[in-house]
Design a protein around this ligand. Structure first.
Ligand code: GTS
Length: 211
């Protein structure tokens, strides 16, 4: 059985969970805390990050963007990336922006885990700028169209939907809902899909000291 190492808050893992669900690919969800010493992730990814997709032969794929490319190659229908080269590249650019906002949220989250005197306000401000800039770009790209890129649901919607809901977990005070009504409407449409409803992110308990 195909296995996916995931974590309950992970937006990167949620992209993969949604893609597998949208393609009706059966898999075992292995939920863990990659920040605890009990994690199995390093056995399958030398970079020690989840998500990790583990195939029946024991080989693994890691880095969500790469995992999604592998899934698209192995199970092409229904397609989640446009066939047109430039539309496909537009969708991948949306994923770059969305992942970049998630990356900034992760850095912000850990900076805030440091003792107040250790926290760098400059570093926090820098990450917040990346979140604000990325959301602004996503709002401009999405506009008021039904789908973020092209004329059907796909990768760009998965990436955008997952980062928006991830903010509720890691950056709940961010005012994106008042800033971007178009993203609020898009998020509501996407979260109504069974693949999204079945993978809503929630915080996890981290027992080890990480920073
Ligand atoms: N670029 C990676 C990021 C993955 C990532 O940062 N995963 C986190 C967990 S979560 O933030 O997504 O919940 C992790 O495993 N971190 C462990 C580590 O960085 O050592 C991807 O897209 O897969």
């Amino acid at each position: 059985m195909l296995r996916l190492i995931s974590a309950t808050p992970s937006p990167y893992a949620r992209k993969v969970r949604i893609a597998l669900a949208e393609k009706s690919i059966p898999f075992e969800l292995v939920t863990e805390v990659p920040w605890n010493s009990t994690t199995q992730t390093p056995k399958h990814n030398p970079l020690e990050k989840l998500p990790v997709l583990i195939f029946e032969d024991g080989t693994s794929a890691y880095e969500s963007r790469y995992i999604l490319e592998v899934i698209e190659a192995k199970w092409p229908e229904p397609a989640l990336v446009p066939t047109d080269t430039w539309e496909r590249l537009a969708a991948r650019k949306v994923e770059v922006i969305a992942d970049g906002v998630c990356d900034a949220c992760v850095l912000l989250f850990w900076e805030r885990h440091r003792s107040p005197e250790q926290q760098s306000q400059e570093w926090i401000a820098r990450q917040r700028r990346k979140v604000d800039g990325g959301l602004r770009a996503l709002a401009e790209i999405a506009g008021d169209r039904e789908w973020v890129v092209g004329d059907r649901f796909g990768l760009a919607d998965i990436a955008t939907g997952t980062v928006l809901r991830y903010l509720d977990v890691r950056f709940p005070e961010h005012p994106w809902r008042s800033q971007y009504p178009n993203l609020v409407a898009l998020s509501a449409r996407l979260e109504a899909r069974p693949s999204f409803a079945g993978s809503v992110p929630v915080p996890q308990v981290i027992s080890d000291k990480v920073v």
